[in-house]
Design a protein around this ligand. Structure first.
Ligand code: 4AD
Ligand code: MG
Length: 433
């Protein structure tokens, strides 16, 4: 079947005979002589007309009874037909059922609840919305990589098994490791700092894990994070890269994912305004804006969803909130020399209530302060000796950030929950299928 044609290629093959492999999505008959099948192959949908006289009689019979989601092999002629999706349909000259689906397909026409759909995620992926979301996700990944590659970043992979925490001990997943205890990576950042001192500008992109006991629509226990890191960069440069990367991603999605966005019902006008520059607001100013609203918080408290939503509500593009209180941020964050009570860190908050999509900032190059922080947080110093070495041999300012992929996919695809943004989402309550 090497000479098979994909459905996406059909519009260029009008008049030609093709071999098509796929699955039966819909089937209907018209009298005894005509069968209409809607076939999907992952690249698109096409109508196949199976007509008495064009195919063997047993093929006509099979096309009339083939269960939905059976796999099939079809030969036929591509005909232009403006009324059809993609502008073509296929007149079959042969129809062969490779595997007849066993019994009724579990995800038939009825409306199913999310729990049922998630239990059947391995099948649900075939439906139009998940299909569109996964293509959107793939485009976002390439757009990020292309942008960073163009800026001269080098892709470097971070390990998953680690001996210590980087983002607080409360969300660590322990793993038994040859009689020892190690942890699944919460972030690749610390290793990217090492890589940046070797290669200048680097990024990793891989799965990260948080034992988040939160059942919100923004939290997964396993999510993919893209993490650029730059030696000798400061917070402003860091924010420039966040901004240009997200600006690029939005443009690419608007250009290349029109069909997907339409399938997902995405209001494109709300993405078209997401053009840099993005507003940059300090934590202090954000708190001022929250005064008197339901989301008001005292200075020193971290943002939750209500604060993120309230602060971002009046903007038509992502915003950058910088200089959060030192005491609520990770141990490695560089303090603002002018105001040590805040750090040179920044979160990017997506519009339309999609919340924090990026967290990042400057790292502290000073070994004494880091040692103090490690002790203060009760972290085991020996596990950080390698990280401290980066401050012993050529310490330098460094800045970077982490973009949560599923949050960005959810935002751009207007998905209700991040679990729809992952092919097989892992949450507190789900590791199946
Ligand atoms: O803000 P976070 O925790 O930052 C870091 O891990 C840094 N070390 C990154 C860096 O500077 N290299 O996480 C970064 C992003 C968040 O903004 C969010 O988009 C996403 O990762 N994220 C999650 N996404 C889904 N589920 C969760 N439980 C997430 N936790 C963080
Ligand atoms: Mg964060």
């Amino acid at each position: 079947m090497k000479d098979r044609t994909t459905i996406s290629e059909l519009p260029q093959k009008a008049g030609e005979d093709v071999l098509l492999c796929g699955w039966v999505r819909q089937r209907r008959s018209s009298g005894a002589k005509l069968r209409f099948l809607q076939i999907r192959d992952g690249t698109g949908l096409v109508q196949v007309v199976v007509k008495k006289g064009n195919v063997e009689d047993d093929a006509l019979e099979a096309a009339g009874h083939v269960p939905l989601e059976s796999s099939v092999v079809i030969r036929g002629t591509v005909r232009e037909d403006e009324r059809q999706v993609g502008g073509v349909e296929i007149t079959a000259t042969s129809f062969h059922v490779l595997h007849a689906a066993v019994g009724e397909y579990p995800l038939g026409k009825k409306d199913h609840g999310t729990g049922f759909l998630m239990d059947n995620r391995h099948l649900w992926l075939r439906s139009s919305r998940p299909h569109a979301a996964m293509r959107l996700r793939a485009e976002i990944i390439s757009a990020c990589r292309d942008h960073l590659d163009d800026l001269g970043f080098v892709g470097v992979d971070a390990p998953i098994f680690n001996s210590a925490a980087a983002e607080g001990t409360a969300t660590l997943f322990p793993v038994e490791y040859f009689g020892d205890k190690v942890y699944l990576s919460q972030t690749g950042q610390l290793h990217m700092e090492a890589a940046a001192q070797a290669l200048g500008k680097v990024y990793c992109f891989g799965p990260t894990f948080r034992a988040e006991k939160s059942k919100t629509r923004r939290h997964l226990t396993e999510f993919w994070m893209l993490e650029p890191e730059m030696a000798f960069a400061d917070l402003d440069e860091d924010m420039d890269v966040m901004e240009s990367m997200i600006g690029h991603v939005v443009q690419r999605v608007l250009e290349n994912c029109k069909t997907e966005l339409e399938t997902l019902g995405r209001d494109i006008s709300k993405l078209e305004t997401c053009v840099p520059p993005f507003p940059r607001i300090s934590y202090d100013d954000a708190l001022e804006e929250l005064k008197g609203t339901d989301a008001e918080i005292p200075w020193g408290e971290d943002f939750g969803a209500p604060q993120e939503d309230a602060v971002s509500a009046k903007y038509d593009r992502p915003i950058l909130v910088h200089r959060f209180p030192t005491k609520i941020k990770a141990f490695y964050m560089q303090r603002d020399p002018a105001r040590p009570e805040v750090v040179l860190g920044c979160d990017m908050i997506a519009p339309e209530g999609y919340g924090e999509i990026i967290g990042g900032g400057e790292r502290c190059p000073d070994i004494d302060y880091l040692l103090e922080q490690i002790e203060h947080e009760g972290l085991p110093q020996e596990a950080y000796e390698w990280y401290l070495d980066l401050r012993r041999y050529g310490a330098c300012p460094s800045a970077g950030f982490g973009m949560g992929l599923e949050r960005v996919v959810a935002w751009l695809g207007d998905l209700k929950h991040v679990r729809e943004a992952a092919p097989f989402a892992r949450t507190m309550a789900r590791t199946y299928p």
